[in-house]
Design a protein around this ligand. Structure first.
Ligand SMILES: C[S@@+](CC[C@H](N)C(=O)[O-])C[C@H]1O[C@@H](n2cnc3c(N)ncnc32)[C@H](O)[C@@H]1O
Length: 239
């Protein structure tokens, strides 16, 4: 299968030299997802590619994000993902081991989201669940009789949402849960926002991440592929 038909690199690097692009299941699933995205010709930012002038371009600088999503979910059973979008990060985690189950929460504001989800659900039976809704409503309504081992926070990209999504998710996690928080370089937009300590100011999500680390609620991981776009840590407390 020639994935170059669907996705290209800006640098001229061969797509097959990138992480997992030689894996047959990855290729089959990408082809399915790419077809859906091309049909609707729209795509929100994600860990894999951008849609520019009707062409998918690989995000080469997100290679380490993809590796972390894959390698850090190798030994986990239950994953909570806030922000499914078109399923690229979900796909990496699904391929990482054959047994994990992933609960995705997404507001499904994009026309392609549910179709991409159904496609992956068919490719990986019994492993995926989607709850459609605003994470801040859903997380307050749901409950589980188990704890998640890995949480990816990648829904609404404001400081406030990232903070509350993580704090609410921590009702369903434990000491040792791996936390992946995306978009550290984002802030709450032009408006001022409420910080972790209740002050009103404009903060980047990285400030929030640093605060969790400073308070030792999350400990940094040592064995990761360094990346400025996301934080990766181990939860150090059980709430
Ligand atoms: C950046 S995309 C996620 C990308 C995905 N994790 C990946 O790397 O392939 C963010 C997703 O979060 C969803 N979203 C935005 N606000 C949300 C909210 N308040 N609750 C739940 N999902 C939300 C968007 O609809 C979008 O699908």
């Amino acid at each position: 299968m020639e994935l170059e038909k669907y996705i290209v690199t800006n640098s001229g690097n061969n797509i097959n030299t990138f992480f997992l692009f030689n894996n047959d299941k990855f290729k089959t699933c990408l082809e399915g997802l790419f077809k859906i995205i091309y049909k609707y010709n729209t795509l929100e930012g994600n860990c894999l590619c951008d849609l520019v002038n009707n062409k998918l371009i690989l995000r080469e600088n997100y290679e380490n994000s993809r590796k972390n999503l894959f390698y850090q979910t190798k030994n986990v059973n239950n994953i909570l993902e806030i922000g499914f979008n078109s399923g690229f990060s979900t796909l990496l985690m699904l391929l990482s081991n054959n047994y994990s189950k992933i609960l995705c929460i997404d507001i499904c504001r994009h026309i392609y989201t549910k179709e991409c989800f159904k496609f992956l659900q068919t490719e990986f039976p019994e492993r995926l669940t989607l709850i459609e809704g605003d994470s801040q409503i859903v997380l307050k309504e749901i409950n589980f009789d188990f704890k998640f081992d890995f949480v990816e926070i990648d829904g609404n990209h404001t400081y406030e949402y990232h903070k509350n999504d993580l704090l609410d998710a921590m009702k369903f996690t434990k000491k040792g849960t791996i936390i992946f928080m995306d978009d550290l370089n984002n802030h709450g937009g032009p408006k001022t926002i409420k910080s972790f300590e209740g002050k009103i100011n404009k903060y980047y999500i990285k400030d929030l991440w640093d605060k969790f680390i400073e308070l030792k609620i999350i400990l940094p991981v040592k064995d990761w592929y360094p990346n400025k776009y996301h934080g990766l840590g181990i939860q150090n407390v059980t709430f």
